[in-house]
Design a protein around this ligand. Structure first.
Ligand SMILES: *Cc1c(COP(=O)(O)O)cnc(C)c1O
Length: 354
């Protein structure tokens, strides 16, 4: 892939790491390339960060053909910047693309493009504890017609945003509302794809939960409303009577890379880990008889997020006494240790940007 680079002649001032938050500031450049059926992917370029110009009939604006990814570049103590399992994101994007009838990305070349982009923007990677450079690759259908069909034109973009520590005041357990009205996804639908439409459909339940003081919702399956699926933007894990349980990937759950990494760490260390169906009845019973020892969400943004309270049909259950559990803390320490390069990466997950 030949990438043309147009440097931004008016670079911005970098914000202080204390004001970063999430996704508020953007770097000086973005990566873009276009697709059409005749040429395939073409015109790969890094250009100054700017608004996109879209035809008002562009497919994405009407029919929601959009997929995205989220990963981070981490600044190590020695100053080098590294990525965490970036090929997993590229492969998942291709799986999402297949579901939404968007074109496949060439995997190795896309990784090279990502590395070239991060190398150019690496000074934007903050170094304060817990901060990182969030990378947001996304792809959308961009046909200039209102006809409904698989797209012939698509655009792929990568933008980058320096983000603050998810836990500014230490790891605080979150309160989660178990959603019993809306559903996020069904098997055969787009639940396993990282697509914008899933989020659009989730917002109503999220808003309702927030109004009642909960930070996210826990989704039940869309057919029987019986089996635990995942939390808003995170997968979910429980420790019940010594067994670590996470819902199996049934097609309606997003296959998280943090989820996969947690499972690999736990299995390597000999823990009993099950990917299986977990019903709300089983979870409720475990909450009532005290065998629910820990619960946590896992995703790139927070890494691991302890759950201190679960509310189902108006009944509140405290988890781990409202504190962070032992396994939750261990996973957090292990994954963040590898990501920021403070402990040895025996898994081969990190990719330094040379
Ligand atoms: C991105 C995402 C996750 C977490 O995936 P990671 O690869 O671990 O960041 C979980 N659930 C949903 C719905 C997501 O969009």
């Amino acid at each position: 892939m030949n990438i043309s680079i147009t440097k931004n002649t008016c670079p911005k001032e970098k914000p202080d790491s204390s004001v970063l938050g999430f996704g508020k500031y953007f770097t000086d450049h973005m990566f873009m390339m276009d697709y059409n059926n005749e040429e395939g992917w073409h015109d790969a370029r890094i250009v100054p960060f700017a608004n996109l110009s879209l035809h008002p009939a562009s497919t994405v604006l009407h029919y929601g053909s959009e997929i995205f990814e989220g990963l981070k570049a981490y600044r190590r103590k020695d100053g080098k910047v590294q990525l965490f399992r970036p090929m997993e994101n590229i492969r998942r994007m291709n799986s999402s693309a297949e579901r939404l009838c968007l074109p496949q990305l060439p995997e190795e070349e896309t990784l090279e493009a990502l590395k070239t982009f991060v190398r150019l923007e690496q000074d934007w990677t903050p170094s304060a504890p817990g901060t990182s450079l969030y990378l947001r690759p996304f792809m959308f259908g961009n046909d200039e017609t209102l006809g409904v069909h698989a797209v012939h034109n698509a655009t792929f973009v990568i933008i980058a945003s320096p983000v603050g520590s998810y836990y500014k005041e230490g790891i605080n357990p979150v309160k989660i509302m178990i959603e019993d009205q809306d559903v996020r996804a069904v098997r055969g639908g787009t639940g396993y794809a990282k697509c914008g439409g899933n989020y659009a459909a989730s917002n109503r339940a999220g808003e309702r939960a927030e109004k009642q003081g909960y930070s996210q919702v826990l989704w039940l399956d869309g057919v029987e409303r019986k089996y635990i699926e995942e939390v808003g933007a995170m997968n979910v894990m429980f420790k019940i009577n010594g067994e670590i349980v996470t819902p199996m990937l049934s097609g309606s759950i997003l296959p998280g890379i943090t989820r996969k990494s947690c499972l690999e760490v736990l299995r390597k260390e000999g823990y009993k880990v099950s990917e299986r169906l977990l019903s709300i009845d089983e979870l409720e019973a475990a909450m009532e008889n005290g065998t629910l020892e820990e619960a946590w969400g896992c995703g790139t943004a927070a890494v691991v997020s302890p759950i201190g309270e679960l509310c189902y049909k108006g009944v509140k259950h405290q988890v781990s006494g409202g504190n962070i559990g032992e396994i939750t803390q261990h996973l957090y320490d292990t994954l963040t240790g590898i990501q920021w390069g403070n402990i040895e990466d025996t898994f081969g997950w990190t990719l330094p940007i040379e």
